[in-house]
Write a protein that binds this ligand. Sequence first.
Ligand code: NAP
Length: 456
Amino acid sequence: MTNSASEPLRIAVVGAGPAGLFLTDSLLKNTAHAVSIDVIERLPTPYGLVRYGVAPDHAKIKSVITTFHKTLEDPRVRFLGNVNFGTDLTIDDVRRHYDAVVFAVGAPHDRRLGIPGEDLPGSISATEFVAWYSGHPDHSEIVHLRPDAESAAVIGVGNVAVDVARILAKHVDELSVTDIPHAVLDRLAESKIRDVYIFGRRGPAQAKFTTKELRELGELTNADIVVDPKEIELDEASAAEVAGQQALQRNIDILRDFAKHTPAGKPRRLHLRFLASPVEIRGTTAVEALVVEKNRLDERGNAVGTGELETIPMQMVLRAVGYRGRALPGVPFDAKAHVIPNVLGRVVDENGAPVPGAYTTGWIKRGPSGVIGTNKACASETARELIQDVPRLPRAAEPDPASVDRLLESRGVRVTSWSDWLAIDHHEKALGGKHGRDRTKITDPSGLLEELASKA
Ligand code: NAP
């Protein structure tokens, strides 16, 4: 039976990360229309990058989960985990069962450097490394830390680079109080890392990290921060830029303090380098060295190579040069910008015409930038446009929630429900409690659910 205007609006939100959950929250708060929302997630667990991207030692940032928990617990919302959009549920299925769909799938891929040696073992994307130490189920079988590595380079000076460098620089005991899975802690305990390098291709005034994250690098108990005063000297244009921006000025002040720092002989060293671009990763069977070219800035603040090369022995290279969105089957995609083309969150086709009933929010809407909270305003905008469109929305032919359940069941999809997540949540908290931690993540939530079902 086609959904009528008096029935709650049936909405599919694809992606249970911060983008999808802020959007769900915005829709729940609208007073113009009753809604019934299915949050569809590829993984068995909710929370996306908050669970599998926010650094384990940044518990405060993760506390947004309390808000998201309330959103998912709302009786107007269902969590359908372990459902892959495109295979388990196609765009045609979504059109048949929902009045509107919002794509909030983030930007799961990494950007490439495009230099020789990038695919050598030991050269990995920060995306993979972060997923590994965060206990992402797709990475549980692979160890992303080379056990023999004494030196590692992190390419890029955004907050992801800072997270990765900090985790490499910390002693395992500092991390054992976090929610890091046991298997990951065991590998980190074997780490032989002595030197971690962070390379920015431009100067400190162009770096993307935020002040709080930068400051933390100088407070590490296990690593001395090393900054060459020459590399943080500002050219005229950068000095003018810094003078007009308080946040930038704070970063420069912190870096100047770092440059004055006398190493205290801590077990590890964290070298913060600027004006150096990676040009080659050398090695025969695995990473052995990184070659960087020294840069200067042109008048627009872009990096220009000077031809001066430096080769640094290295066993790991982590590329933290940004994320990239990927296309979803049957959904328009801008292959240059790696986003779903949209106007204020309304998905548009290749001619710029709105695709009825299709919306987007978060990184796949605007590109991979901004902190978690940035997604809130982004979601409000999309929700507002969707609600405005309600009178014109094509209504679903089969809006009954049970019809989606039947479809997924007929395809053999083992959907994880909200109560399944609560069981995983309970298990992880109990596991953490045994070691005096708030939580210990498990890397195989589906396996746990099977085990619990077999005992029931
Ligand atoms: P990002 O902030 O865009 O930083 C990417 C870095 O990679 C930039 O320094 C960029 O330099 C560099 N880069 C790009 N291409 C390069 C190349 N070919 N060679 C050398 N360097 C290159 O991206 P991100 O670190 O992935 O972070 C994504 C978003 O998540 C950001 O908004 C970030 O703030 C957020 N985040 C926040 C937190 C937190 O709040 N604690 C933690 C993690 C992530 P150029 O500037 O020269 O292009």
